[in-house]
Write a protein that binds this ligand. Structure first.
Ligand code: 2BA
Length: 109
């Protein structure tokens, strides 16, 4: 068994959850925040048999899109300089960041 931890964009989470339910893939959804953009994203924890991992990855790849997000960035952290240098930069996000971990044991009580 493996544990998949998939960080995806909020926009894709509803559809992906529906597909997981339809396909009988059990998942836990967490509301998370990206460390860089500091905006909300969604993390799914999926416990799945080894022979189904590829199927789940294919679904994630299919339903999670790459998007460009604009963030306001300051070119310097030198606080001696006047503020007002903030400028927008485009950041490409997603489709998904997936960690695949081995599971030593899986128990339900
Ligand atoms: P964020 O940390 O908010 O990052 C959003 C996007 O900003 C990233 O998209 C990447 O394109 C860019 N980015 C992140 N850190 C950067 C940096 N130090 N310099 C320049 N650009 C940077 P993705 O790579 O698709 O990541 C989407 C979200 O997945 C991330 O949101 C974070 O929540 C998670 N993530 C990505 N890599 C991770 C990792 N190694 N460990 C844990 N979480 C990760």
């Amino acid at each position: 068994m493996k544990l998949l931890i998939a960080v995806i964009q909020n926009e894709d989470s509803k559809k992906l959850q529906e597909v997981f339910n339809k396909e009988g893939i059990r998942a836990t959804k967490l509301a998370t925040t990206g460390g860089f953009l500091r905006s909300g994203n969604t993390t799914f924890m999926i416990g799945i048999d080894d022979d189904k991992v590829e199927d789940v990855l294919n679904l994630i790849a299919k339903y999670c899109k790459t998007r460009t997000q604009t963030m306001i960035s300051s070119p310097t952290y030198d606080f001696n300089l006047d503020a007002g240098f903030d400028y927008p930069i485009d950041v490409e996000v997603g489709g998904a960041t997936v960690f695949i971990l081995p599971v030593d044991a899986f128990k339900k009580f």
